[in-house]
Design a protein around this ligand. Sequence first.
Ligand code: MSP
Length: 663
Amino acid sequence: MSRNPEKFYVTTPIYYVNDIPHIGHAYTTIAADILARYNRFSGRKVFFLTGTDEHGQKVQKAAEQRSLSPKEHADKMVVNFKEMWQRLNISNNAFIRTTDEGHKARVRELLSSLWGKGLIEKRSYTGWYCVPDERFWTEKDLVNGKCPDCGRDVEQIEEQNYFFLMSRYHDALIKHIEKNPSYVQPDTRRNEVLGFLKYQPLGDLCISRPKKRLPWGIPLPFDEEFVTYVWFDALVNYYSGPQYLASADTAWWPADVHIIGKDILTTHAVYWSTMLMALGLPLPGTIFAHGWWTIEGRKMSKSLGNVVDPADVVRAFGERGVDTFRYFLFREIPFGHDGDFSKKALEIRNNKELANDLGNLISRTFTMTSKYFSGLVPQAEIEPEMKTLAHSIPEKVELHLKSLQFQKALEEIWNLVSYTNNYIQSNEPWTLAKSPEMHGRLAQVIYSSLEAIKLLAAYLYPFMPSWSEALWKALGYTDALTKNSLGNLIKTPLPAGRKLEEFKTLLFPIASYAETAHDVDVVAGYAFVGKKEERKKKVEEKPAAKPKIEQPINEGLIGIEDFAKVKLRTAKVLLAEPVKGSNKLIRLEVDLGDEKRQIVAGIGKSYSPEELIGKTVVIVANLKPAKLMGVESNGMLLAATDAEGTLSALTTEKEVKPGASIK
Ligand code: MSP
């Protein structure tokens, strides 16, 4: 992945400290985190840098409004980013702030170097000034000759400023991009930059602002009346950061990957590249510009009030919320494309892929290990075909992650999830368990499934680190997953005889779209802000219908009002296990869409618990709680029994959402 295969240096943009972190910031940062974790796990030395951009007019203004100094304001705001990255499991090695002394000193050093080389010139510069906004605009910024920000009159002023002689690097930059296809990625962005460079002259870059107009910045080392233009200051972070925030034993520059959004491609591909050329410093390996998220089909903006706070999404999906969010962002769209974030899309991926595919695999395998092998990993070898598939995945994932194709990497990994689910289904361990002579085969099926699950913990780790670590523990390992290297972990099979631990926290709760609201409601009782209450109110406000019903004329027949008293609903089986001391009772945890419940069903002679997991059954939902063999049951599973005693649980003919009512 790296040009020096031993080390890997990845960055995110440094975010405007004035902003409140949203899904866009989270997207870039999680992408960098996935690469950082993957490379560490693959045995490389990693430096992952993120941080905040703290100088400039906007920060100065916001601070004035709060009667704080710009630095005091930034000190308060930066906490939002630091806390968000912790919450999202971001493993950055350092956090840079452009107000750090270490950074400021490097910016001044680089400016002095360029000044010494004669690559910075003072020139007079004519532009348009908006007095109330205290902002300087170029001719092309104006809207109908007025300030593009406030619409007021602007006045033409002439100002002295310093210019970096960027135009000198025009040809060299084109050549570099043409010679190094991976320098600007994806290809569409590379073509965009080349198109821009080839068909117009490249100007010089104004890199200063007069201090009297904007004092909040790094003073130029050769003229203290001016401060450094924020973009020049900010871009230097990639170079300055490792110099004072990393241990000195590794020369981190150049970065392997700068991950950015498509909106800041020019500043990186053109300004930063030419700055480095002028300084005689090596260029980074790749500048990758990802696409933008729209929200429910609309542009995300404060004025529309649709800015997605990652913390809300995470909260809504409960204990596994961070993993769900991280998984969704990178499974949903190819990195580099624009995408739409909708709660519906999030719900579909969560329910189908995480709760169902992955959850059922874990739930069944752990349950069967417990039932057939007393919770101990059986002695057997992994099925050769499964081994071939499972061991071929890392090479493909490496290739995809090298080109930042996170979605393709996840698809590869998911092949193992689907394969193992089908493997269990077709080998029917519950049937094998009935014949003692099939014990060896049963051990192999369970062992192979457990080994696949172990490999999934490793493969999914960069994407869902906290889930993977929890799974690792549940598999009975006592060290942290990351104490092992990916290579070793693939080579070393799961040791037989180890006791498995509790697995329930590894399951993803099912989210269901409520018909009366636009929001996802989650079984575990989490809800996107406010909506659940609104829905409840709506239901309560509706006057209860009073059905006009004839009196029953025959004994034994009931009227519809009696039948209406029985609430039948569909329920999805999330978990199933035998009730201790009974050969008939099975304890089920079921999902009713708006809640999760425990029920006890007397079907143990006809069904094994693992056969039931994932089935949509029908239950009486408003039965008074009862205790069966000491276990509380909150409802009754319906099953048909014929004269021969064959028992069959009722399910629905078509796939319906959990909690659907039956009338
Ligand atoms: N401070 C500069 C970067 C300087 S880097 C030397 C900056 N900061 S920012 O806070 O505006 O950056 C935001 C990052 O979030 C950018 O990469 C941008 O593309 C990304 N996003 C902002 N809104 C977004 C979406 N709606 N969707 C995806 N990413 C988006 O620019």
